[in-house]
Design a protein around this ligand. Sequence first.
Ligand SMILES: N[C@@H](CCC(=O)N[C@@H](CS)C(=O)NCC(=O)O)C(=O)O
Length: 208
Amino acid sequence: MPTLKLTYFDFHGGRGEPARIALSIAGIEFEDVRVRFPEWAALKPLTPFGSIPTLEVDGEVLAHSNTINRYVGRLTGLYPEDALQAAFCDEAMDAIEEATALVSATMGIRDPIALKAAREALLEPLTRALRNIDRRLAARGDFLADGRLTVADLKAFVWLGDLASGRLDHIPANLCEEVAPHLHALKGRVADDPRVRGYHARVRGAAT
Ligand SMILES: N[C@@H](CCC(=O)N[C@@H](CS)C(=O)NCC(=O)O)C(=O)O
């Protein structure tokens, strides 16, 4: 197994958390580097694309969350071997990434009125993304690909947790529940997976 160092912000969510969960539940050792927000400005220019997560693999640095998720998925057995199922997995992760980028673009808005307007403008595209992914999930069964837990489900789980966290002002915490019932059920299914429950029991209280 390669030596792995995963670098991401110090909270239980966002683009780096699915890889943390995947590696942890597979019992694969990795250095879990958690960046505090004040440390980020100094680190940013040292990353390949000015963003995190990054995953160092025997000294080679990988960037972009879905690249990392696929790589980690292959290491952990949480990425489909079948080409079509792998494409289903990728499609879901790319769709979530597109929706995540919409929200990310509003993260730096400091003016409360501008933030409210930007977040309210997100409701329509976010609802559309949730409904679209929900329809794909409904067509495929209990999981987004391969009929079993994959990194796509972990990415969906973390994304939906972020949306429902109440940390995103002006995004109703129950949006997924209201518009995407299959995804909402998937979130519960992943949370109830004994491996994921074990992960949360281990990390609870370690970070916010
Ligand atoms: N497409 C990239 C986007 C990464 C990204 O924007 N990460 C955010 C955190 S979730 C970040 O590094 N923000 C700080 C910044 O851009 O300065 C990915 O999927 O990893």
